[in-house]
Design a protein around this ligand. Sequence first.
Ligand code: NAP
Length: 260
Amino acid sequence: MDLGIRGKKGLVCAASKGLGRACAEALAEAGVDLVVNARGAEALEATAQEIAARHGVAVTPVAADITTGEGRAAVLEALGGQADILVNNAGGPPPGTWTDWSREDFIKAIDANMLTAIALMQALVPGMMERGWGRVVNITSQSVRSPIAVLGLSNTARAGLTGFVAGMSRQVAPHGVVVNNLLPGIHATDRAVSLDSGVAKAEGIGLDEARRRREATIPTRSYGRPEDFGAACAFLCSQQARFMVGQNILLDGGALNVSV
Ligand code: NAP
């Protein structure tokens, strides 16, 4: 399927590896010129070069912490202040227990997984509205639908972003801007290895056994593949997604038993 977005300009945040990288790959395959971001310069440069070489699009790496004002300013400068497509992403907060988290922990999580995405939408969506076309995908989590107790910091921040998008996406839709959230269940990335390592340690089992036990809880009996996640993201950025507004789309292999 031709997604109809060849020649558009996009920003993918937190994209040197994992789900962000997969979104960047899929958008590049559709012909989108990209600015990609992550903190670690070396891995980011290599990712940008690989994607550009494979798909023949321009890929500009900006090594910066996207959760800081300076980081966002650097990324926006590389874009010349405008983009047609925005994929919001950042690392997830650490697990823990509800009694452990301080005000500072909450502020950090809310900054990373709520306010950063909102700031980038506030910076880039007005230009999309003026030009009459735009697409935004916020990578959130299945925990928005079914909160995971040990990920309370993530639950809190992502619930706030979800509420914001529910209102804002309807306000910008008349101007041709489509905003949606993509909710990953467990996917085979470094984040999954780190979550499984935590389980392995807590349960006194090996990493493989922790993964096997988690896979057994998923109807597909396997972890999601980043490339499939990226393809879903690219579709949400396509011309054909014009009628999908303000949705929270779950990619979890059927793990959550939700009827709507
Ligand atoms: P990942 O494989 O660990 O990759 C994270 C990427 O984000 C890396 O490129 C990392 O590069 C970059 N990054 C992290 N913090 C950043 C920051 N402050 N500024 C800029 N770049 C940053 O993680 P993932 O699995 O792709 O997860 C992506 C998001 O989806 C996370 O929020 C995660 O919580 C959520 N999620 C993932 C899963 C899953 O199963 N994978 C499930 C539910 C939700 P640097 O470290 O070099 O910055």
